[in-house]
Ligand binder design. Structure first.
Ligand SMILES: [Zn+2]
Length: 479
């Protein structure tokens, strides 16, 4: 196997050694579903996808959880004072917060399919895990790590030895979140303390009873509670964007380790920033691009680009390298992908040749992806094969093998040995399992399976009697 990964805490490349190689456990901070995700978010989720694909390629088994933050959170400068993202979007659209969250969750899954992301094993919803979050806060209370009153509960970071060391943040620098919570800030003993529970403001749709009164949980306790519930108090890998390292990951980790006395994630990986034409993405700059924006093409006019072409563009840069998205760079990536596909189509038509070269390239590809997911090097190897005289069955085999990670369609699906119209066996297996769960009246498990089936690009059409039929979800926008 021999995988090495850069570790965010030690800031070194270390050999990856999971507790159980047949079930590597991975948590990814997922989207807040009040609008479409932008291409910077997608670059982060792509890191999870190439990580999972590489692990499977190297023979590991995986179990992945990605949360859906469906109750919104005050998030730095993007919001009016104290207003919740999901609620603000709902007000603007004249819909309920739940309707907005459901709509953008579906939109998110559609974007994931367009990007060819493997579906997570579970997509825990924040709004469905509030009892777990309350239990976490109670555990912290037992350990004397909280304070508060009037419905506000705060985590006391002074109870965590070495707080700040994880993200390399000096205490006293304050946290950006306090700017949106002046009332809470006034109650805090120090700027780094953070809210675990707060009272619901009038009109808030998402609110729950708790030992501290009716209210709602803080963001950091959400991810910690969901990760612990689905992966246990100790799991292998935690993935997210670099902007989440502080305060979100520092705080999730601090409260999870304090509450459970266990390590939480063994290994943290962060995806670097994505800039657009050298500038930070923002709504006001009009450069917060979504996949639909990419397909529509540059604002100045010109050709749009597909999700597969954007995926390829991202793969040509290492995940820890900041990416500067430019339309010119995207167009060059699209041309390179088209050349690559053309080269494989031609090579596949030739008689089988270059099997020795293919074996050497296969090793090179494997060592590239094993070296901290070095996809740029792996892509270069993919370009090298048709040029090295590899042809026929040998070329088809390499294309099929490497596309298990690249997933950019080196050869048309049928050529790569995949059935374009048939239902994949793992989807059929999930559908059978769902039928069994429904018959056993375990609707929660059945619904979770249906979600995984949908995330795989299929949906179930329930028949009156017993088993259900599967149909492919049509992707009208994918080219
Ligand atoms: Zn998170």
């Amino acid at each position: 196997m021999g995988l090495s990964l850069h570790e965010s805490v030690s800031r070194r490349k270390v050999p990856f050694a999971p507790a159980d190689p047949t079930r590597v456990t991975i948590y990814t901070c997922g989207p807040t579903v009040y609008r479409n995700v932008h291409i910077g978010n997608l670059r982060t989720y792509l890191l999870t996808d190439i990580l999972v694909r590489t692990l499977r390629f190297l023979g590991y088994g995986t179990f992945t959880a990605q949360n859906i933050t469906d109750m919104g959170h005050m998030h730095q400068e993007q919001l009016e004072l104290g207003e919740d993202k999901v609620i603000a979007a709902a007000r603007a659209a004249g819909k309920s917060a739940r309707e907005i969250a459901a709509f953008f969750t579906e939109a998110y899954f559609r974007d994931c399919r367009r990007m060819a992301f493997l579906p997570a094993d579970v997509y825990p919803r924040a709004s469905e895990h509030v009892p777990e979050m309350i239990a976490l806060v109670l555990a912290l209370e037992d350990r004397g790590a909280v304070y508060g009153g009037d419905g506000y509960i705060y985590f006391d970071v002074s109870k965590v030895p070495g707080y700040g060391a994880f993200s390399g943040t000096a205490l006293g620098e304050g946290t950006p979140a306090e700017r949106t919570d002046p009332e809470g800030h006034r109650r805090k003993r120090r700027p780094e303390d953070f809210v675990l529970w707060m009272p619901a403001e009038p009109g808030r749709e998402f609110q729950w009873d708790s030992p501290w009164g009716r209210g709602w949980p803080g963001w950091h306790s959400e991810c910690a509670a969901m990760a612990i519930k689905h992966l246990g108090p100790e799991f292998d890998l935690h993935v997210g964007g670099i902007d989440l390292r502080f305060p979100h990951h520092e705080n999730s980790r601090a409260l999870a380790t304090t509450a459970t006395g266990k390590r939480f994630a063994a290994h943290w990986i962060h995806a670097a920033h994505l800039l657009v034409e050298g500038r930070k993405m923002s709504k006001s700059a009009g450069n917060e691009y979504t996949l639909d924006d990419l397909e529509a093409g540059p604002p100045s006019g010109g050709k749009g680009t597909s999700a597969a072409e954007f995926r390829y563009y991202c793969l040509t840069l290492h995940y820890a390298t900041p990416m500067n998205f430019t339309w010119e760079g995207q167009a060059a990536a699209a041309r390179a992908l088209s050349r690559l596909r053309g080269a494989y189509a031609k090579a596949a038509e030739r008689g089988t040749a270059g099997e020795d070269a293919a074996a050497a390239l296969r090793d090179k590809f494997r060592s590239a992806v094993s070296d901290d997911l070095n996809l740029p090097r792996a892509v270069a190897v993919a370009h090298e094969a048709p040029r090295s005289g590899v042809g026929g069955e040998a070329a088809r085999a390499l294309a099929a093998e490497w596309d298990r990670i690249l997933a950019v369609g080196l050869l048309p699906a049928a050529e790569s040995g995949r059935e374009p119209e048939g239902v994949p066996p793992e989807v059929e297996a999930m559908a059978r399992e769902r039928d069994a769960r429904r018959r056993a009246c375990d609707y929660r498990a059945a619904d979770a399976l249906r979600e995984r089936i949908r995330a795989s690009g299929y949906d179930v059409v329930d028949a009156a009697e017993g088993s259900a039929a599967l149909r492919k979800i049509r992707e009208t926008r994918e080219r």
